[in-house]
Ligand binder design. Sequence first.
Ligand code: C2O
Ligand code: CU
Ligand code: CU
Length: 560
Amino acid sequence: MGKLLIRNWKIMEKNKIDRRNFIKLGSLGATVVITWPLLNSCNGFASENKITINPDFQADLDFELTAKETDIQLFQGNTTKVWMFEGNVLDGDKTTVQKLGKSYLGPIIRVRKGQKIRVRFKNQLPEESIVHWHGMHVPEEDDGHPKDVIANGETYVYEFEIMNRAGTYWFHPHPHGRTGPQVYNGLAGLFVVTDDEEQRLKLPSGEYDVPVVLQDRQFDNNNQLVYLNRGRMDRMNGFLGNRILVNGNPDIKLSLKSGCAYRLRFLNGSNSRFYKLAWEDGTPLVIIGKDGSLLDSPKSKPYVMLGVAERIDVWLDLKNRPQGSQMIMKSLSFSPGMMGMMGGMMGRGRNNLPLGSTYEILKINIDKTGSNDFELPQRLAEFNKLDPATAVNRNNPRTFRFFMRRMQWTINGRTWEMTGVTEEETVKLDTTEIWEIVNSGGRMMGNGNMMGERGWMRNRGEMERDRGMMGGGMQMPHPFHIHHLQFNILERDVSGVDSRIWNSVKDGFIDEGWQDTVLLMPGMSVKLIMRFEDFKGLFLYHCHNLEHEDMGMMRNFKIE
Ligand code: C2O
Ligand code: CU
Ligand code: CU
């Protein structure tokens, strides 16, 4: 076998065939080396498709992650066809890659800041895929950009150091146009990072550190997953299932011990559903972490809005809860402010679990007894919050508006291009910036006619007028996510949010800590501060409603 080394291979829009031919050529025996300076000098950016390991990279953890189709017994009767990741540690501590019960979900990967990891992603799916490490600060070639997809039978090698602070991250596929179905079929797992600071706090660990991944799904009479059954309508609105699965399991019970304290790590792993989480008996939710960090101190909330892809770490104290008792978590009712005629009425007619209705999320059966001595620390993590005064654009934030235009969800009127990136989306390495993200809504049916060309927003003025407008406007919540970094939220402007919406969600936002995903209700805007450091490259920002993302509500930004 010829040694094949492909470095910094430039990927263009229609490069997949080229790349494959190229690889075939290589495997005939030629050694092909393309160097960074060569490619870098003749085009704007370069990317690296890593199909071989770097022998100089000393991995603390080296594992295979295989995506494959399989049948599992989710219900009585017929098995269910799902796609799942399977982890297999080749070198390093075997306990760092943990299976999540008998579910399709997972595995959970537990790593520590400073560790070096190598992941050999093997695609055994009947289509292209690539894995993205959501929230992680990694170089471009390890980020799982859609341009780096591999075909069935191929392997992609990730090699990176864990640079993030302790937090609850996750991983999922990221091929363009197919992220929604691939996640929906079962491909997602938690990626949990710890560090020295967190270890000193002695937070609940082992069996007391419990994953709670929330997803909604729909099954047909043969127990098979149903996706996008309403076609274009589902894509516009986002797909909603009609039942909740926790950790990939339709039986939503957790069995925990009286006398113990727990850390519950919630991930909203749904495609487009988001939740207003609360304990049914009115016990406040005690939040200790959000996305990529612990908070500075625990926050008590009556409920929490958990947007798609967001994570919260919840402290649950069962010390005074008797054995035999139960706790129930619900999603409470709220006004999602959606979509005028389209999803609102039709969606409700068809789905017995409409967005914003009240339903059960999770049952906790306190059916055992035990004891542990984890205490809730009053101080959690130290922050070096970014100072707005250090932002290069402090008086002039970069603005990204999320709205619909010509039946397309767009960001500033643009949709996805594989490697396309504009001046507006280009930032400098080692700078701090403020970004303003605006959910502008958008007019969908100016004349009540969905397909009508009239009534599109043509200019900023019109767009402004449409902010927060209800009724005929096509408005939806959008969970904004940016790759490669964690930001701080500077402010959340709700002046354009319909008061019915705002009043139903206003106590549920956590704007502290380091985050990578933020939920924007219609008419809402947020100012985020972020720093671009360590790596140049092409990364993504997008709406994490997976149907919106797949439709093109996703763009590149470039650090140069
Ligand atoms: Cu959860 Cu672009 O990612
Ligand atoms: Cu991400
Ligand atoms: Cu969206």
